[in-house]
Write a protein that binds this ligand. Structure first.
Ligand code: SF4
Length: 307
């Protein structure tokens, strides 16, 4: 049974507003109930076990959760069965308090701790640089959430786009020369048009909830300002149900889908993301008319293959 719920009352007043624009969405009354049915049918416990968010859920201290979540989201590219074991080993090498390690260790010490890590385009240098950047923010602001809240206020934009750019700048600023190509891959910048799926995933984890999936740690950021973490699964299924007709995996497409989701839930538009992405990740959506797989799909009546 799903625990992905609508936002609970009593949150900070900034959470009650809807800062991003909602696109006119004539099908909202039809699509909204079907997406809610998809949420209701999602086996959250089973899906979390195969999701990188399971790793930060192993911690209790907010800074440990933030640093474990930043690593887990940034490295969540490719196949989960390939990157998750390497992430788990990396976190193990950082000990029980990865937040304190990032905050208190030198860049050289962080590099030594990460020396066994390797996953596709990412090696020890990039992971250590990410930890060093997180450590700098923790030393300056206490938590990554406090740093991001200041950036959100400073950017003064209705969505998190501007603040995310400032966050990436702060994480990648270092004394040892220009940011490497590999670190740019790990931390893409929204100003370059990337959908920044993994960073928007990290923000969803930190800002939404708590609801059994997302942590709800960053209470000063309105969930309404989030942008959907756009991966190939969400993009494909969003196209099937009429949330977008755009064909590129870009920031603009992520904004368009989020704007339509705001027409369904102006306070918490990305609460649909976990169920949409796992419909794709689980292999349950064939993206074609297939009676054997589509028979129980809650989206069938709004899917372009059937309607
Ligand atoms: S009806 Fe079938 S193709 Fe359409 S979204 Fe559901 S599983 Fe995917």
């Amino acid at each position: 049974m799903s625990r992905i719920t609508k936002r609970a009352p009593g949150r900070a007043s900034s959470r009650q507003s809807a800062p991003g624009a909602a696109l006119p969405f004539a099908r909202a009354g039809v699509v909204g109930p079907r997406l809610q049915a998809l949420i209701n049918s999602t086996n959250v416990a089973a899906r979390i076990a195969g999701d990188p968010i399971e790793l930060p859920h192993r911690y209790r201290d907010p800074l440990d959760i933030e640093v474990a979540a930043l690593l887990s989201a940034a490295l969540a590219y490719g196949r989960v069965d390939l990157f998750k074991p390497r992430l788990a080993a990396l976190l193990k090498s950082l000990g029980a308090a990865p937040g304190a390690v990032a905050r208190d260790r030198s860049s050289k010490q962080l590099l030594a701790l990460c020396r066994g890590f390797s996953y596709r385009m990412t090696g020890p240098a990039e992971v250590a640089a990410l930890l060093a950047g997180a450590g700098r923010l923790a030393r300056e602001h206490g938590t990554l959430g406090a740093a991001f809240a200041r950036m959100f206020q400073s950017a003064g934009e209705p969505t998190i786009r501007g603040a995310l750019g400032l966050f990436v700048d702060a994480l990648t600023t270092n004394d040892s020369g220009p940011t490497s190509r590999r670190l740019k891959h790990l931390l893409p910048h929204p100003a370059r048009g990337s959908a920044c799926k993994r960073l928007n995933l990290f923000l969803r984890w930190m800002v939404r909830g708590p609801d059994g999936v997302d942590f709800g740690l960053w209470r000063d950021i309105p969930a309404a300002a989030l942008v959907i973490p756009l991966d190939t699964h969400v993009h494909r299924i969003a196209g099937l149900v009429g949330l977008t007709s755009r064909t590129d995996l870009s920031w603009r497409t992520a904004e368009e889908i989020t704007s339509r989701l705001r027409a369904l839930d102006p306070i918490d538009p990305v609460r649909f993301d976990f169920s949409l992405s796992h419909l794709g990740i689980s292999g349950s959506c064939p993206s074609r008319r297939d009676e054997s797989k589509c028979v129980g799909c809650p989206l069938r009546s709004i899917c372009k293959h059937w309607s």
